[in-house]
Design a protein around this ligand. Structure first.
Ligand code: DSN
Length: 419
């Protein structure tokens, strides 16, 4: 970044500091990852200079000979990887992708049924403070109080009673496998569309460690930057019969020109995700999350649903001396980055809830394995048990830093941050 250093030393310094932070901390936010240097290069390329409203072969601007090829490549790679009939790679991120899907499938006032936000759903699955909960009528299913899992009989009963036009399956804080077949059957019983939002688990689906939403789903949305390890962006995949409606909802319905640099970086990430190494990565993500869960269970932590099938662990701290927010802040001071999170049936408010959410995608991208997850589990307990003891947090932070420097992060070299 020689040019940046010269032109804007202030921004250069902040990026350097962030790079050091990402390198020297254990990043456990389940929706974050490290993308490869190749993805970063495509994302930071001259493709950002272009406007390309429209779709390959049907643009409103001339000069698209290379852009058309890039977007076609990305779209074809997505179809091949996810066994999809059609892929639109233009949505700016996950929320716009979900909005586009609703715009394509629904009339204003129609009913959306999704997992309640405090039970692990997403804002755009029809929560009140999102426009998806005001432009359309939301109904929500919840996880079972005892098991912490989705009860598919309850989903079916609610669907039959409320007759949603779209049923959404997808989550940001659900540690268990989603039964896409069951959701598809329920949707067909009431003649609804089935939308699977696989943003969190796309990399696990590609890696073969979570069942695919196809052929059960009519529409699949995903971000590209979580377990899929691409740039910040999104895709909508669907049956051919819905392709025109979805494409029109994205452009010109909701968006202008696509972000071509992002499209190219998505294409690169999809190529990387098609390799045998990525399958190993996905398997290790799950093994690491399970190792972390075990380390916490051994230390008497309560995990929502008792453990995990995927990349994340949701810890209920109700039986500990700290709230989720206090725990997350103390962990950050000790070099372990996570987020505070509501747990199902949480008596506390979302801004200071009872839980923390931990995920393995980013640490696994650095090559950490189950032995490191055990150490991380022990540190988490140490920090949560001594959240006010700054000397103890500093000691953990030093140990975390030493571990992290032994596992360089993709796209961030030690020599870059050390200067
Ligand atoms: N905000 C993301 C997450 O952290 O799960 C989901 O979009």
């Amino acid at each position: 970044m020689k040019e940046l250093k010269q032109t804007d030393p202030e921004v250069f310094r902040l990026i350097q500091e962030e790079a050091r932070y990402q390198l020297e901390s254990v990043r456990l936010i389940p929706s974050e990852n490290y993308c490869s240097k190749a993805v970063l290069e495509a994302n930071g390329s001259i493709l950002t200079n272009k406007y390309s409203e429209g779709y390959p072969g049907r643009r409103y601007y001339e000069g698209q000979r290379y852009i058309d090829e890039i977007e076609t490549l990305a779209s074809q790679r997505a179809c091949a990887l996810f066994s999809a009939e059609h892929a639109n790679v233009q949505p700016y991120s996950g929320s716009p992708a979900n909005l586009a899907a609703y715009v394509a499938l629904l009339k204003p006032g129609d009913t959306i049924m999704g997992l309640a936000l405090p039970h692990g759903g997403h804002l755009t699955h029809g929560w009140d403070v999102s426009v998806t909960g005001t432009l359309w009528r939301p109904v929500r299913y919840m996880v079972d109080h005892e098991s912490g899992r989705i009860d598919y009989n309850q989903v079916r009963d609610l669907a039959k009673r409320e007759r949603p036009r779209v049923i959404v399956a997808g989550a940001t804080a659900y540690p268990r496998e989603l039964d896409f077949k069951a959701f598809g059957e329920i949707a067909r019983e009431i003649d609804a569309y089935f939308l699977a939002d696989i943003a969190h688990i796309a990399g696990l689906v590609v890696g073969g460690v979570h069942p695919s939403p196809f052929p059960h789903a009519d529409v699949v949305t995903t971000t590209t930057h979580k377990t899929l390890r691409g740039p910040r962006g999104a895709m909508i995949m669907c049956r051919k019969t819905l392709a025109d409606r979805l494409d029109r909802a994205v452009f010109p319905g909701l968006q202008g020109g696509p972000h071509n640099h992002t499209t190219a970086a998505i294409a690169v990430a999809l190529k990387e995700a098609a390799t045998p190494a990525f399958k190993d990565y996905a398997r290790q993500v799950v093994a690491n999350a399970q190792a972390l869960a075990e380390a916490l269970l051994e230390r008497s932590y309560t995990l929502v649903s008792g453990g995990t099938d995927n990349h994340l662990v949701l810890v209920d701290l109700t039986n500990k001396q700290v709230t989720g927010k206090q725990a997350a802040k103390a962990l950050d001071r000790a070099g372990i980055v996570c987020n505070y999170n509501t747990v199902p049936y949480d008596p506390r408010k979302p801004f200071n809830p009872s839980g923390i959410r931990l995920g393995s995608p980013a640490v696994t991208s650095r090559g950490m394995g189950t032995a490191e997850m055990k150490r991380i589990g022990a540190w988490i307990d140490d920090v949560i048990s001594h959240a006010d003891d700054e000397a103890r947090l500093a000691k953990v932070a030093a140990e975390v830093r030493e571990l992290c420097r032994g596992f360089p992060a993709p796209g961030i070299l030690l020599e870059d941050v050390d200067g």
